[in-house]
Design a protein around this ligand. Structure first.
Ligand SMILES: Nc1ncnc2c1ncn2[C@@H]1O[C@H](COP(=O)(O)OP(=O)(O)OP(=O)(O)O)[C@@H](O)[C@H]1O
Ligand SMILES: [Mg+2]
Ligand SMILES: [Mg+2]
Length: 301
């Protein structure tokens, strides 16, 4: 089997681990910088070209698309789909999950537990928006934020109003969310491969910090999920159409709530905290899918 990892850098931990796991299983694995791929869009013989050579004969691609490169990255994945190459996550599922708002709308429709969430355009509607989430304290999030940057806890109505006005004044898109205080600065990352949660960890924010992001000084530890948490995480990944996903949950008084679903979840934190060979699980999953004749063309783009 020949596998292409679509990644900007071979030295990234997740990329390196996937390559290592693939090679260990006896496969040929190439890391391809998708920003250097170009495409021939044609019915007869669609192609992806890399450094002047058409990429041919691959059985599977593993997309590791950076958050800021979703548009081009998913176009490359889609082109592989057109060529009938199997992909761990489809271009459509990646696009869907990258839009936080779209993601929450889809999860809500499936009846999954979420923090109460509101979204508005006009600053004239701020009071209505704050009402929707039950007033302060509340969480304000920039749609384009990552690693906890752009996530703000507003403790009072007046703080909430001025922060929302400030973000909207800069034309930033934000969503407003019920603050799950009982989570105590802890969230749970469930790593999903196929129809299984293969590893899970809890992340605890630094003292006094409500954000659990490791980039914000949080610490990670392995955790045992409740059956409800496990099924919530699996349903969330399924609703998004993702086969490899990182589902983030908060433990609320009314059961697990989903915060977000990531389509290129990192391997470093989870492998370190749990000792699970997650890269190996992904390779085994691809092996099964390709051997059972699944193609990248699942009919939906
Ligand atoms: N509604 C909430 N109630 C309590 N804590 C929250 C809430 N939303 C977010 N948090 C905390 O803040 C952290 C960061 O929020 P979130 O994961 O939504 O944004 P992000 O990490 O910046 O986005 P991304 O993970 O896509 O990079 C979460 O891990 C969680 O610990
Ligand atoms: Mg997060
Ligand atoms: Mg995310």
């Amino acid at each position: 089997m020949r596998i292409a990892i679509l990644s900007q850098k071979a030295s990234l931990y997740s990329t390196a681990r996937l390559r290592e796991a693939g090679e260990l299983a006896g496969y040929e694995v190439k890391v391809i910088d998708y920003l250097r791929c170009y495409m021939n869009i044609t019915a007869h013989k669609p192609q992806v070209v890399y450094q002047g050579q058409p990429l041919e004969g691959f059985d599977a691609v593993i997309p590791r698309i950076g958050a800021s490169r979703t548009f081009y990255g998913t176009a490359v994945v889609r082109q592989f789909e057109m060529m009938g190459v199997y992909t761990t996550n489809s271009s459509q599922a990646i696009s869907r999950s990258r839009d936080k708002l779209r993601c929450l709308q889809i999860l809500a429709k499936q009846g999954l537990g979420l923090p109460v969430t509101g979204f508005a355009h006009s600053t004239k509607d701020i009071d209505g928006l704050i009402d929707i989430v039950g007033g302060a304290p509340l969480v304000i999030k920039m749609l384009e934020g990552t690693q906890g940057i752009g996530v703000v806890l507003a403790e009072t109505y007046h703080a909430a109003k001025s922060v929302i006005e400030a973000f909207r004044g800069m034309d930033a898109n934000i969503l407003v969310q019920e603050f799950i205080s009982e989570a105590g600065g802890m969230d749970i990352r469930c790593f999903i491969v196929g129809d299984k949660v293969v590893a899970s960890m809890k992340r605890q924010g630094a003292p006094g910090e409500f954000r659990s992001n490791l980039h914000r000084g949080g610490t990670a530890e392995k955790i045992k999920l409740t059956p409800e948490e496990r099924s919530t995480a699996l349903r969330a990944a399924k609703a998004m159409g993702l086969q490899v996903a990182g589902v983030d949950l908060l433990r609320s008084n009314h059961g697990p709530v989903v915060m977000e679903v990531n389509s290129s979840p990192g391997l470093e934190g989870i492998e370190e905290a749990t000792g699970v060979n997650v890269a190996g699980k992904i390779i085994q999953f691809i092996e099964k899918a390709v051997n059972s004749g699944q193609s990248g063309d699942r009919g939906k783009y």
